[in-house]
Design a protein around this ligand. Structure first.
Ligand SMILES: C[S@@+](CC[C@H](N)C(=O)[O-])C[C@H]1O[C@@H](n2cnc3c(N)ncnc32)[C@H](O)[C@@H]1O
Length: 249
């Protein structure tokens, strides 16, 4: 298995997801978590696997100095266009995380790594590199596809054969990630390097709603409820993604 750099098809699919409620909830939760902890001054930010650049653009619009690193050309092109349309500037690097240490020397105040780990052949291998790229008093914003949510969804759908085979990975060409992460395993891998300061669930109930109810609710209400329940002790762990704000140990 190798890392999955997004091709044109995956880029179009990702653009579609960002156009809907799923993307809106994702951004609302990530942004609320960041606003809570980030110091009130311009920061040097590195967005690894930056994709379409939504988070980077939001940070640039708040006055931060952003570098986007992304190996897939169609994703980076789309991000460049998004910045141009918004009249914002940033540094764009076409590179995988494996190539970054050779290219970047000074650590960053904030390193973003959102929805990338689950596309890597060896997700744990990136963790020391993220650490090296983050200032000692900086932050890592880590979001990953939650294996527990996938298990729960399979249980709800009665997909017991899949459960018995312990088969959670997506098909080769599908946009279900190849390596959903077990949060307890990841927490153990993070421990020597990172202290997890806040934990939120991204889409703790939306994706489990029957489609007819999804269609009926207003986006503003959805966002309010997802934000209000993102750290609820019973629901946070069911988030489709988990978002952890981490400080270097
Ligand atoms: C689901 S997208 C997430 C994009 C963005 N971070 C977001 O949250 O919307 C996953 C991204 O990881 C990128 N990726 C895959 N392998 C990578 C690697 N080895 N290093 C850096 N990025 C990688 C893909 O090309 C893709 O753009």
């Amino acid at each position: 298995m190798s890392d999955r750099h997004f091709d044109l098809l995956a880029t179009r699919f990702a653009e579609k997801i960002y156009g809907g409620a799923k993307g809106a909830i994702r951004l609302a939760v990530l942004q609320a978590d960041l606003i809570e902890v980030l110091p009130d001054r311009p920061l040097r930010v590195l967005d690894i696997g930056a994709g379409l650049g939504h988070m980077s653009l939001w940070l640039a619009e708040r006055g931060h100095q952003v570098t986007l690193a992304e190996p897939a050309e169609p994703m980076l092109d789309s991000a460049r266009q998004r910045f141009a349309d918004a009249g914002q500037s940033a540094t764009f690097i076409q590179a995988s995380w494996q190539q970054l240490l050779g290219q970047l020397t000074e650590p960053y105040d904030l390193v973003i790594c959102h929805a990338v780990l689950e596309w890597l052949a060896e997700p744990h291998a990136i963790l020391p590199v993220l650490h090296q790229l983050t200032q000692k008093d900086g932050w890592l914003s880590l979001a990953f596809y939650n294996r527990d949510a996938l298990i729960y969804r399979n249980l709800l759908k009665g997909h017991f054969r899949k459960m018995r085979k312990n088969d959670m990975a997506g098909e080769k060409q599908s946009l279900t990630p190849q390596q959903p992460l077990d949060p307890r395993e990841l927490a153990a891998q993070l421990e020597p390097l990172w202290r997890v300061e806040t934990q939120s669930g991204v889409r703790v109930f939306h994706d489990y709603m029957p489609p007819e109810f999804q269609a009926r609710v207003q986006l503003a209400d959805l966002l309010e409820m997802e934000l209000a329940h993102r750290r609820h002790p019973a629901f946070a762990g069911l988030g489709r993604y988990l978002h952890w704000m981490c400080k270097p140990q």
